[in-house]
Design a binder for this molecule. Structure first.
Ligand code: MRU
Length: 339
């Protein structure tokens, strides 16, 4: 399923509007940089790797709209790169594409298409490595996984990351169940992960976020699989709010906790989790849902979009290149580095 694309009818970025799912499948045709920035901020397009693709096509749009004015094209691309602060790929994708501005708008678009294609290759390698590890570390029967947020095609482009690994197991006949946390406040798990699992015919159940630790404590889960938005150089993982709670509970219950993400998510210039900028989002996401206010009007709100899980609670960070554990590094001996 293509969630971010370029319109052949004119300079426009086409997005599958994830805010409307699962009730409706609607596409946005964005012809302005303001439109791209707004779509990113309001989560019409979301998920760290897919934000990289959106950033790259957004750069192509800026290059086409401001052909002959490279200063403005670069400044507009910078606005896209900074539309959300936590996910690494957004700025990487935008900067990679706009780096070819000197060759003209068509070259920027070609690079955006390359970002999209590279993502599919990365996802295929990371998800099959994660599926192999899950099977090898499992109990020798089909696996019961717990996940949070949405890390499938919608979030990552073709192949997904953590949810992609679960779907690889499903294809192999070694998936018993995915327990999907609903992921308050915006329900990416309930709306998007469940939609993708149902489309794939993969066995699943939905639970409230606070049921995750209880499922772990009572032996309902063989492994936790999550994605990542930014991984510090020391291995601390920023991911959707609620991840840390699951990591603590998994450690307490002795259940493996896998992070599946592209290598580019590992940020060598962010030394530790304490250095990661965690996006804080609007109060309205917490004070109500679907237009209905669910608390006392005017209640002050704490709404971080992400939390940081210390590397020590992670069994392995699985990328297209390696599985990186607090005490073991396989497949590649070097410390994280930007390619
Ligand atoms: O705020 P979102 O929906 O963009 O959240 C980001 C994510 O999709 C998750 O944190 C995900 O687990 C990692 S990125 C595939």
């Amino acid at each position: 399923m293509r969630t971010v694309d370029w319109s052949e009818d004119g300079p426009a970025v086409v997005l599958l509007d994830q805010r409307a799912l699962p009730q409706a499948t609607e596409y946005l045709h964005l012809t302005t940089v303001d439109g791209v920035v707004d779509a990113i901020r309001t989560l019409a397009v979301r998920g760290a790797p897919n934000l990289g693709v959106a950033g790259a096509f957004g750069a192509a749009l800026a290059a086409h709209l401001h052909a002959g004015d490279p200063t403005t094209a670069r400044a507009e691309t910078d606005r896209i790169a900074h539309a959300r602060p936590t996910a690494v790929p957004l700025a990487l994708g935008a900067r990679r594409a706009i780096a070819r501005l000197g060759e003209g708008p068509a070259a920027v678009l070609a690079e955006a298409r390359a970002v999209l294609a590279d993502g599919a290759r990365v996802n295929a390698a990371a998800t099959s490595r994660a599926a192999d590890l899950l099977e090898a570390g499992g109990p020798g029967r089909p696996l019961r996984l717990l996940t949070l947020c949405n890390t499938g095609d919608l979030a990552c482009g073709d192949g997904g990351s953590a949810l992609g690994a679960a779907l690889r197991l499903h294809e192999r006949g070694t998936l018993a169940e995915v327990l999907a946390c609903e992921t308050r406040p915006l329900l990416q798990g309930a709306r998007l992960t469940v939609w993708e699992l149902a489309r794939a015919g993969a066995p699943h159940r939905l639970c409230v976020d606070s049921a995750g630790p209880a499922a772990l404590a009572t032996g309902l889960v063989d492994a936790v699989v999550v994605g990542a938005d930014r991984i510090a150089a020391n291995g601390d993982v920023a991911n959707k709010i609620g991840t840390y709670m699951l990591a603590c509970a998994a450690a307490r219950s002795g259940v493996p906790f896998l992070v599946v993400a592209p290598e580019e998510t590992i940020d060598p210039v962010t030394p530790t989790g304490a250095d990661i900028v965690v996006e804080e989002r609007g109060a309205d996401e917490v004070t109500g849902f679907g237009g209905i206010t669910t608390t006392v009007p005017g209640t002050p709100v704490f709404n971080p979009a992400f939390d940081v899980t210390p590397f020590g609670l992670v069994t392995a960070i699985v990328t297209e290149e390696r599985a990186w554990s607090p005490d073991v590094t396989t497949s590649r001996a070097a410390a994280p580095s930007r390619r």
